[in-house]
Ligand binder design. Structure first.
Ligand code: GDP
Ligand code: GDP
Length: 456
């Protein structure tokens, strides 16, 4: 069965760029000029192994002679009427414009489901626009960067349920099992959905040995199967009654024996693997912990908003575990402040010691990563934090006014702080709040995002 996705939105938001990324060819010419005329194009797209038809509505070849809005609407209606789902793109850097609102209002009246996509979200410049776009009332926006290929996993997740409904995923055999949405109605993680984890680290730290131990100790639910992407493989088993899916990319697939001869992952593969997983286990060798590469990977995990667990392997050959442990903790504290309190498990992949503790840490971290804090509770805490340590006064001695805070999403926990002059809140104050959140709500080692926003 085919599954069709229409890309709609005002000119210059990046529709053609996204189309090209999904179709994987540099077919269309991308112009900086808004409204450059192009044909409506269709192509065969692939996103993490999910195949579908994609329609790009860029261009206004319509000489109806009436207003831009009317012409755009006709183009859009045509594409959307043939689609299973529409992606409404906005430019997060430009913020929400009246034309975006116009599109949203119009799409709302059509029967086709719409996913709001905030494009140009690479770096930080897109954050205000991303949060502003909640105001369109089109549900949670999916932040992406079509140009840089960021957010493609999130886009895949957002499309997945629609694809399953259209029968596309099952028919292709890519995902034989319809996966439930990440969260139930009450915001709690759905216990029937597998937790997705990956094992990353430098060559020779013991990733394959660890993988084999994990698969050997626990009951394997499925054999090696094609995973989320063409190049990925996933195995699933159960730990303490919870389904766990281990994903890995190209390296694994190349060898028939999944964990016998795992390839040494390149950085590119590592990034891809991180993006596909919820919890990332970073394996280090006890004899050589935290070199530059380890830190790079750890930062990547945090930047990508994934839950991090550190596994210190080959603990069986450590002479003086007490001293080693202390040195290790100090190193982590100073070198990796982004992941303060991250779960660190010492183990031996070879003997299997510590594997249970590792999996417990994976499960715990995942639970925190899914955490949702009720707004009332959050704001009681916020009041207390402000009272204890108020934000510095503005130039001229005026008080800096913080209105309230809300948790915009989980996975990772993401908060929005509403304040009068968002750009004037010092970085140090944001850090104070983030550290406070981590402590008060017990979320050690979980990346926490805080956006400061103006308005009411
Ligand atoms: P369309 O009119 O909606 O099809 O938009 P285009 O795909 O032609 O893109 C318009 C402009 O936005 C071009 O200059 C693109 O290079 C740029 N653009 C597209 N995607 C991104 C992105 O993710 N980040 C940034 N910074 N620019 C982008
Ligand atoms: P990878 O490249 O990260 O997948 O590392 P491997 O799993 O291939 O392991 C590299 C080498 O370290 C192999 O010789 C393993 O036997 C050894 N090794 C892995 N885990 C342990 C461990 O816990 N203790 C000891 N002593 N050696 C280990």
């Amino acid at each position: 069965m085919s599954f069709t996705v229409a890309i709609v939105g005002r000119p210059n938001v990046g529709k053609s760029t996204l189309f090209n990324r999904l179709v994987g060819k540099r077919l269309a010419i991308v112009h900086d000029l808004p409204g450059v005329t192009r044909d409506r194009r269709e192509g065969r797209a692939s996103l993490l192994g999910m195949d579908f038809q994609v329609v790009d509505t860029a261009g206004f070849e319509d000489d109806g002679g009436d207003s831009v809005e009317a012409r755009m609407r006709r183009q859009t209606d045509m594409a959307v009427s043939e689609a299973d789902v529409a992606l409404l793109l906005i430019d997060a850097r430009a913020g929400v414009t009246p034309l975006d609102r116009h599109f949203a209002d119009h799409l709302r009246r059509l029967p086709t489901p719409v996913i709001l996509v905030a494009n140009k979200c690479e770096g930080k410049a897109g954050a205000p626009g991303l949060y502003e776009s909640y105001g369109l009332g089109m549900g949670e926006p999916v932040p992406v960067s079509a140009e840089h290929g960021e957010g493609m996993y999130e886009l895949f997740e957002a499309l997945r349920d629609h694809a399953i409904k259209a029968g596309a995923l099952t028919a292709d055999g890519d995902d034989p099992e319809p996966e439930e949405p990440a969260e139930g109605e009450d915001g709690e993680p759905d216990p029937t959905r597998p937790l997705t984890m990956a094992i990353v680290g430098r060559p020779n730290v013991g990733k394959s040995t660890l993988g084999n131990q994990l698969l050997g100790q626990d009951r394997l639910l499925t054999g090696p199967e094609a995973g989320l992407t063409r190049d990925a493989i996933a195995v699933e088993w159960e730990h303490r009654g919870r389904r766990v899916k281990l994903v890995d990319t190209a390296g694994l697939r190349k060898k028939a024996q999944i964990y016998d001869a795992i390839e040494k992952l390149s950085v590119g593969n590592t990034i891809e693997t991180i993006r596909m997983s919820e919890v990332v286990v970073l394996v280090m060798d006890a004899a050589a912990i935290l070199d530059k590469q380890d830190l790079t990977i750890a930062r990547l995990v945090v930047e990508e908003g994934r839950a991090l667990v550190i596994a210190i392997n080959k603990w069986d050959v450590v002479d003086d575990p007490q001293t080693a442990l202390k040195r290790l903790k100090d190193r982590l504290e100073t070198s990796l402040p982004q992941a303060k309190g991250v779960a660190t498990v010492t183990l031996s992949a070879l003997t299997g010691r510590g594997i249970e503790r590792l999996m417990d840490a994976v499960l715990d971290t995942w639970t925190l990563w899914n955490r949702r804090i009720p707004t009332a509770q959050l704001n009681r805490w916020l009041e207390d934090m402000i009272e204890r340590h108020p934000p510095p006064a503005l130039p001229g001695g005026r008080r800096y006014k913080i209105r309230y805070m809300t948790q915009a999403k989980a996975r990772p926990p993401t908060f929005v702080l509403f304040a009068t002059r968002p750009e004037q809140l010092p970085e140090s104050y944001s850090r104070y709040l983030v550290n406070g959140l981590r402590e008060a709500f017990e979320m050690p080692g979980v990346p926490i995002r805080l956006y400061v926003r103006g308005g009411k």
